[in-house]
Ligand binder design. Structure first.
Ligand code: SF4
Length: 224
C-alpha cells in the first residue's frame, strides 16, 4: 500500500473542465514541480505545506463514504501536481473498483506515458498547457499531446493576448482530439475579449469556461 501527502479532501462541484457542475470528491495532494505566476493553490505547494499522510485504503474509505453520504460518482485528483504521488496508479485502480470515475488534473509538466502504463483502469486526464504568462511554458512535456484521448481534456488558462495567440498556435499545431477549454485568469483578461478572439481565430472546437467556484464563492475560499 502506498502513502499519499494529502493537503485537503472535500465534496463540492467540479469548477471547470468537462465535468463542471458535477459533484465530486476532491483529493488535493501537496507539492508541485512548477511555480506558475498566477497559481491560486501555492499554499499546497510549499515544502512545509500542512498535510496528512494517508494510505491508499484510507483514501478509498473516504471515497466510499462520500459515495454513500453524498451520492458522488466522480473523484477529482488535484494539487499541487497529483502525478508526483507515487501510488497514484494503485489509487486510480482502487477508485475504479468502487465504481467511481477518476479525473486527474495535471499541469502538463509530467510525462503521462509512465503513469498510464502503470494503471489497469483508465482515469480521465485533464491536462493544462502552461502559456507564456505563467512563466512555465518551457517545462511542458510536448510528448503528452498524442496521448490525450477523446475523453480527456486540454486546458489553456489565459492571462494575456500573448497567451491567447499561443493557445491558438498550439491547437492548430497538435490538433488535439480531446475536449479543449480556454479559461481566463480571474481578473486578468475579459471573457468577452476571449469570445471575440475565438470568433476571429475560428476556434469552433474550443470552449470558453469560467471557473464556477470563483463565481459561486469568494475567489480565495478554500475547500469548495
Ligand atoms: S501547476 Fe498548478 S499547482 Fe503547480 S504552480 Fe502551477 S497552478 Fe500552481
Amino acid at each position: 500500500m502506498s502513502t499519499f501527502s494529502l493537503a485537503e479532501s472535500f465534496v463540492s462541484i467540479n469548477g471547470e473542465g468537462q465535468f463542471a457542475g458535477k459533484l465530486a470528491l476532491f483529493l488535493r495532494f501537496t507539492g508541485c514541480n512548477l511555480r506558475c505566476s498566477w497559481c491560486d493553490t501555492m499554499w499546497a505547494n510549499a515544502k512545509d505545506a500542512p498535510h496528512t499522510l494517508c494510505s491508499t485504503q484510507h483514501l478509498l474509505d473516504t471515497a466510499k463514504r462520500a459515495k454513500e453520504d453524498h451520492g458522488i460518482c466522480h473523484v477529482t485528483l488535484t494539487g499541487g501536481e497529483p502525478l508526483l504521488q507515487e501510488g497514484l496508479p494503485e489509487l486510480c485502480d482502487g477508485l475504479d473498483s468502487l465504481g467511481l470515475m477518476t479525473e486527474i488534473e495535471t499541469n502538463g509538466a509530467v510525462p503521462l506515458a509512465p503513469f498510464l502504463e502503470k494503471c489497469s483502469s483508465s482515469p480521465c486526464i485533464t491536462m493544462d498547457y502552461k502559456l507564456p504568462a505563467s512563466g512555465m511554458e518551457d517545462r511542458m512535456c510536448l510528448e503528452n499531446f498524442p496521448l490525450l484521448r477523446e475523453k480527456d481534456t486540454l486546458k489553456f488558462v489565459c492571462a494575456t493576448q500573448e497567451d491567447l495567440d499561443r493557445a491558438a498556435q498550439i491547437i492548430s499545431k497538435y490538433k488535439p482530439v480531446c475536449a479543449v477549454f480556454l479559461s481566463p485568469v480571474f481578473g486578468s483578461i475579459e471573457p468577452a475579449d476571449m469570445v471575440e478572439f475565438m470568433k476571429k481565430n475560428r476556434l469552433g472546437r474550443a470552449r470558453l469556461q469560467l471557473q464556477l467556484h470563483k463565481l459561486i464563492w469568494s475567489p480565495d475560499k478554500r475547500g469548495v
